[in-house]
Design a protein around this ligand. Structure first.
Ligand SMILES: [Zn+2]
Length: 452
């Protein structure tokens, strides 16, 4: 028998029997060891009920001062409040007071209006919903905790989106020390839409990072209500941006993202991030290495192509993107050796793939030339060269939760509000009890070793 005894200043007070626990004495079977989950849940719910009852009892003997006339309040009547907690729904019986002097009504509690759950439960639910589907989160909570009534996945979805909405009003607290330099990265990814007219929704994600390791992430679904520019400014404030802070921005080639950065006050033109270039070069290398070598001319041509792709990589990495054209032209000059394959007409043929990838890279470098820098020089100086961290952030914030299944489809508004929750979890702004959940992604640049 488990009994809860209240011990006050005067010694032992009233006690309450929580539950009777019957477990076998023998341990022949390992399943006999200790409490079962079902018992633990009953136990937690029972303890919670008694603690709440004792708190309500203590609360009821208080006589608040009237906030209007400083008169003495008397109990007017009692009201029952059903509140969902992490350890079950409890019914709290609380007095309402009336001022003896002015007759004003005083609640005696500073709870939010229509409060039906504890902030801790709200936060845990939102946190889980940021990581897994509403249905899975509801199932997990039901498995682990004596959370009972109204934990349908639809309820969880509504709660989580409401928290996402409330996070829109969050005001950043500026740190005491100003940031000397901040790296801003902005990228976009896509999720499937459940709304008519569009197949995909664009999701912009980014992060701001100081040299001392301060880091904030943010995200918003395009045209959904959350202003990504305001988010960016708020996150810059949160890591200590001042007028003197040097801002360096990275994006992929999308003009829309550059405009957002400019609108948010990042004056310097953003750098085309190395991560995106490196992915394209990697693709080109894979195609080159798959070229057939079934006659001496092809052996020679392939060797030249592989070498030129390496040189192309080196040139871009070292800020000599203007010379990239030389490499591209040299490769083009020998591509014809790989034509005439049996399956040449298909786009999967190596020569066709090489031709297509080469043209795509050429177009990319030409259109992005204004944003290319000497990456090698930056890297040697210990400066950031790309937004690989944002790629990781996109995975954490968006892809894992919103893109995991091809069947998952999102409404613009729903995805946008939900996205605010993992950002807050990550930034440690979803209630003080949670803090950072994810480890930063320490991406290294393996391609550089061969380039530099
Ligand atoms: Zn009064």
């Amino acid at each position: 028998m488990l009994r809860l005894v209240k011990i006050g200043a005067e010694g032992e007070g009233p006690c309450a029997d929580i539950m009777e626990i019957r477990r076998p004495d023998d341990l022949v079977d390992i399943t006999n060891l200790g409490l079962t989950l079902a018992e633990a849940k009953l136990l937690l719910a029972g303890v919670q009920r008694e603690i709440v009852a004792a708190q309500a009892g203590g609360h009821a003997v208080r006589r608040p001062e009237c906030p209007r006339c400083d008169g003495v309040c008397r109990v007017k009547d009692y009201r029952d409040h059903a509140v969902a907690t992490l350890f079950g729904v409890v019914t709290v019986r609380l007095p309402r007071f009336r001022c003896a002097a002015c007759g004003g009504i005083e609640a005696g509690i500073a709870w939010p209006a229509h409060c039906r759950s504890t902030p801790e439960l709200d936060r845990l639910q939102a946190h889980l919903c940021a990581l897994m589907t509403y249905r899975t989160a509801a199932g997990l909570l039901e498995q682990m905790f004596p959370v009972d009534a109204g934990k349908h996945h639809e309820t969880l979805r509504r709660h989580t989106l409401r928290i996402g909405e409330a996070l829109g009003d969050y005001v950043a607290t500026r740190p005491e020390t100003a940031a000397v330099a901040i790296a801003v990265t902005l990228d976009s990814t896509f999720i499937r839409s459940c709304e008519g007219g569009v197949r995909h929704l664009e999701v912009r994600v980014g992060n701001v990072e100081t040299q001392s390791g301060g880091r904030q992430v943010f995200g918003a679904v395009a045209k959904a209500g959350t202003d990504i520019r305001a988010l960016l400014r708020r996150n810059l404030d949160a890591v200590g941006r001042t007028e003197d802070t040097a801002l360096t921005a990275f994006t992929d080639g999308c003009p829309g993202l550059r405009r957002i950065l400019a609108d948010a006050g990042v004056a310097e033109p953003p750098i085309l991030d190395w991560f995106h270039i490196a992915m394209r070069l990697q693709h080109l290398k894979q195609i080159a290495s798959a070229l057939p070598v079934d006659d001496p001319a092809r052996v020679a041509a392939k060797a030249l192509i592989v070498e030129e792709v390496e040189r192309l990589h080196w040139r871009i990495w070292n800020g000599k993107a203007k010379d990239a054209q030389i490499s591209i032209d040299r490769i083009r000059a020998v591509v014809h050796h790989f034509q005439g394959e049996p399956d040449q007409r298909r786009s999967t043929a190596p020569s066709r793939k090489l031709w297509t990838a080469l043209r795509a890279l050429d177009g990319y470098l030409t259109s992005q030339s204004a944003w290319l820098v000497n990456y090698a020089e930056r890297h040697r100086a210990g400066l950031r060269v790309g937004t690989a961290i944002t790629e990781g952030t996109a995975n954490f914030l968006v892809n894992r939760r919103m893109n995991k299944s091809q069947q998952m489809r999102w409404s613009r508004r729903g995805a946008d509000l939900l996205l605010q929750v993992p950002c807050a979890v990550y930034n440690g702004t979803l209630g003080s009890g949670f803090g950072q959940k994810f480890q930063p992604v320490n991406y290294t640049y393996p391609q550089m070793a061969t380039a530099a």
